[in-house]
Design a protein around this ligand. Structure first.
Ligand SMILES: [Zn+2]
Length: 216
């Protein structure tokens, strides 16, 4: 899943109003931020296999550190602890940890059975990606819902507060649509470098957050 993860980050804002949107993004997409680094380092592996699912040609055959359930539970706890060390809010830390875990749950719904429960353990996945139409309908619906919840929870302090937010929304939609119609990437290296773009959402989210306030 792609914009579904951003949707969950938006939706979390009313639950944890003091947590920056940048942090919420970082938590929701943490696994996909670490994944390209491990691909480029040759620690995790992906191959291009057109037709493996209707939605994506990527065969995620080896990603136990970023996407096995056991490891993800570890990443969630770690993220919650790190957030707690900086901000000392139990509730906000729990939201951050839950967001990290939410990534695996959404991936579980979308991926074919390629998500290991633990490294070298059995693989699971409900395979929403076997239908492009179902994937797009569900993911776009999630995204709209998340965005509406975020818009109800916050308001722009100034023009940048609107422009930066809507620019991000438009950017996400363009990347999502472009992904649907672009040819499969050539190799793991290209996928790794493209994946690093996920890091962009963290400063972008922080920037948006600085120019919006929680509605009182
Ligand atoms: Zn993922």
């Amino acid at each position: 899943m792609f914009i579904g993860h951003h949707a969950v980050a938006f939706a979390a804002k009313p639950l944890a109003p003091r947590v920056s949107l940048g942090t919420l993004f970082a938590a929701a997409i943490l696994l996909d931020m670490i994944w390209p680094i491990l691909l480029l380092a040759g620690i995790e592996h992906v191959r291009v296999a057109p037709g493996i699912t209707a939605f994506t040609p990527l065969d995620f055959y080896d990603y136990p550190v970023t996407h096995s359930l056991l490891a993800v539970l570890g990443w969630s706890v770690l993220a919650a602890i790190v957030y707690w060390l900086f901000r000392k809010s139990m509730r906000d830390s729990l939201v951050v940890g839950a967001l990290v875990l939410s990534h695996w749950v959404l991936d579980f719904i979308t991926h074919r059975p390629d998500l290991p429960l633990w490294p070298a353990g059995p693989n699971v996945g409900l395979g929403l990606w076997n239908s492009v139409a179902a994937t797009v309908v569900i993911e776009v619906a999630l995204f709209v819902l998340g965005l509406v919840l975020y818009l109800r929870a916050t308001e722009a302090r100034d023009r940048i507060g609107s422009i930066a937010l809507w620019a991000l929304v438009v950017f996400l939609v363009i990347v999502y649509v472009a992904n649907l119609f672009s040819p499969p990437p050539p190799d793991q290296r290209t996928i790794g470098f493209a994946g690093l773009a996920q890091w962009l959402f963290v400063p972008w989210g922080w920037w948006i957050d600085k120019h919006r306030r929680v509605r009182g």
